[in-house]
Design a protein around this ligand. Structure first.
Ligand code: WTA
Length: 642
């Protein structure tokens, strides 16, 4: 049955149009995954078709999609659209300043800009397989240079520009990046942030692999230009706007994106060309039900996976018009998002629960001032959305007419795996709902046994590969295996807990490992503890998440300090400053409590469960503490919680 495949424009192919179709397609995708994905992959431009759709085993793991296929993802994002929609707007860029410019790139213009940049990268020594690190604001040049890397087979690693010099240096070193692309200053709300200075500092931290720093002039404020620095505009000068795309294998690396885990330093999640292309395009079209004339806006930063998959690759692969915003939701005022929706007649709007909660707190008069009637679909991502925020979003932004897609996915999954399909499957507040075609989620208990009944909670795993799943963690395949595939045999473990309702909808409860989700940003507690412990007066620390009205989770740090810190009135400030330097402002603890000890098991393990409950002021049900090495400490910590 090929009915969902009968309309022949690029936009309409792959789109599921009814509940019946969803059910049929889902069934087919599970019964014959290879045939299903081959059909989807067939709608792209391949230099050479694959020999085999899928090769896999989860033990080591070894997953390969479209084996032997040759392609270049940018030919699918750009070149193949030129004939049919070369004059269509591909990218709308909205600047930080409300009075500032809006820039638009048609598919033809974007193609030319990407080719020109690709030639400039080549002229500066970048070849297939080289890693290029980014530390940039949300300007069109970021998207252009990311695509330019993909054009010539260089592997991009975008680092969120809110991370510190130390965090940037760690990521540059891990990937052995040959080039770094940055701006002079970033505009964020009322601030101009001197990011080139951060880059200069990072490069003093042993980043020997970097041979060139390409500097985009953003604000034009003064900076130091050093020996490795090349101005972006000078590098582009004289470069041709044509650049033959480099042929890539399906399984060649497309990008690395660092994300926090429960232990050690952040890991570089690796995505490859073929599978990522097929899945991001397929999911974009279905999750947002994009139509040819629509304007789609995702407010994420390209420093995170959401920006990769659903600002750049997914929309461009689908031939969509995608909006990119440089600024913040509250500048110049809390109506900014809605002003942009009105200005560009945005049809699909995709943001994070933390932004919704923050804007909800500013009052209904902000959205009420704007015409939001263009909005057809609303999306959320990154963290569980509470019912109050969900309802406000539905009522005040969607006016009860735009279904909310609460999309669950991860850096590792590459694309949305569990979500309602707008207008097709129903929505239920706080539920990410049903799996996408080809996605086979299951719940398991602590022993890894599958929970078959509904109305149960468990650990969320995926039991069959999907095309955009991570392939490895950069430079450390063992870590990938250990983190995601060893916990439960023959399953990908997500690290999330979930509940399945009577009708099979999934509700994501949150992380079950030591990862906290602050404003939709993943942070490892171990990473924050390591940073706090850099303070010379800190002896030991334990970090947990606790419920926070706006951020979803806040960061609560328990610290044991030395004698000399007892008179230090600036201790909290100093601890926050260390975290700021080691990781960046997003990881600064919201609350710091000095304690004389931490609750530990007899084997010396910190009992975080107890610390989490105390931080959440949920003190009545701490459970049995008598087996602790130091049960008396619990009372002291409880008293200090205030
Ligand atoms: C959480 C973001 C509840 C989850 C795309 C996951 C969510 C982590 C949702 C991944 C959702 C993401 N409901 N929780 N709709 N979406 N999460 O890698 O804990 O930045 O494991 O990817 O965010 O965060 P990441």
């Amino acid at each position: 049955m090929n009915f969902y495949y009968s309309l022949d424009t690029i936009i309409m192919t792959l789109q599921i149009k009814s509940l019946e179709a969803y059910k049929t397609i889902y069934q087919k995708s599970v019964e014959k995954p290879e045939a299903f994905w081959a059909e989807q992959a067939d709608t792209f431009v391949w230099r050479k078709k694959w020999d085999k759709v899928l090769d896999w085993e989860f033990k080591t793991p070894n997953v390969k999609w479209f084996v032997g296929g040759k392609l270049n993802i940018t030919e699918n994002c750009l070149d193949r659209h030129l004939e049919e929609r070369g004059g269509k707007t591909a990218l709308i860029w909205e600047s930080n300043e409300i009075t500032g410019t809006t820039q638009k790139y048609t598919y033809r213009e974007l193609h030319a800009a990407v080719c020109q940049c690709a030639n400039a990268l080549k002229a500066n020594g970048i070849e297939k397989g080289d890693r290029v690190c980014f530390y940039m604001p949300m300007v069109p040049e970021l998207a252009i240079a990311v695509l330019a890397c993909a054009r010539i087979g260089a592997i991009h690693s975008v680092v969120f520009a809110g991370f510190s010099a130390q965090a940037l240096a760690d990521r540059i070193k891990d990937a052995k990046a040959k080039m770094l692309i940055c701006s002079d200053y970033n505009r964020r709300g009322a601030k101009n942030i001197p990011v080139k200075q951060v880059v200069d500092d990072a490069l003093t931290m042993g980043c020997d692999s970097v041979k060139t720093v390409l500097v985009h002039k953003n604000t034009g404020d003064s900076i130091d230009m050093n020996a490795l620095d090349v101005w972006w505009h000078e590098a582009m000068q004289g470069q041709s706007t044509e650049c033959e795309a480099t042929e890539m294998d399906s399984e060649d690396m497309l990008f690395i994106l660092y994300t926090s885990g429960s232990t050690g330093k952040p890991k570089g999640v690796v995505h490859t060309c073929g599978g990522y292309m097929v899945y991001t395009c397929f999911s974009f079209k279905n999750v947002f039900q994009y139509q040819e004339e629509d304007v789609y806006w995702c407010t994420a930063d390209i420093g995170w996976i959401t920006g990769h998959s659903y600002i750049v690759y997914g929309p461009l692969l689908a031939g969509a018009t995608t909006v990119m915003f440089e600024g913040v939701p509250t500048y110049p005022d809390a109506g900014r998002f809605w002003a942009i929706c009105e200005k560009h007649k945005v049809n699909q709007f995709y943001t994070a629960p933390t932004a919704i909660r923050a804007l909800m707190a500013k009052g209904d008069n902000w959205p009420e001032q704007y015409d939001l009637s263009s909005i057809k679909v609303l999306g959320t991502v990154g963290e569980p959305i509470n019912e109050e925020a969900w309802k406000w979003y539905e009522e005040k932004i969607g006016k009860g007419k735009a279904p909310i897609v609460d999309t669950w996915w991860q850096t590792e999954t590459g694309g949305v795996l569990i979500t309602p399909l707008p207008g097709i499957t129903d929505t239920k507040p706080t539920y990410a709902s049903y799996p996408m075609p080809g996605v086979q989620p299951i719940l398991v208990d602590a022993e890894g046994k599958e929970i078959l009944e509904n109305e149960k909670e468990g650990l969320l795993c995926i039991k069959f590969p999907w095309p955009s799943m991570l392939r490895t963690t950069y430079g450390d395949h063992q870590r990938c295996c250990h983190t995601y595939f060893s916990p439960f045999k023959d399953k990908y473990f997500t690290g999330d807990g979930a509940r399945r309702d009577a009708d099979g909808r999934y509700r994501i409860i949150g992380r079950v490992d030591d990862v906290i989700n602050v404003s939709g940003h993943r942070l490892g507690t171990a990473e924050i503890e390591n940073a706090i412990n850099q303070h010379p007066q800190v002896i030991e620390s334990a970090v947990v998440g606790y419920p926070h009205d706006i951020k979803g989770q806040g960061i609560y740090a328990y610290v044991i300090v030395g004698e000399e810190a007892k008179n230090n009135t600036d201790l909290e400030k100093a601890i926050r400053a260390v975290v700021n330097t080691e990781i960046g402002p997003i990881a600064k603890p919201d609350q710091i409590q000095v304690v004389s000890g931490l609750p530990k098991t007899r084997s010396g393990k910190i009992m975080r469960r107890i610390l989490r409950k105390i931080a959440a002021k949920d003190m009545d049900k701490l459970g049995d503490v008598s087996t602790l090495l130091n049960p008396e400490i619990v009372e002291e910590i409880k008293k200090g919680r205030g």
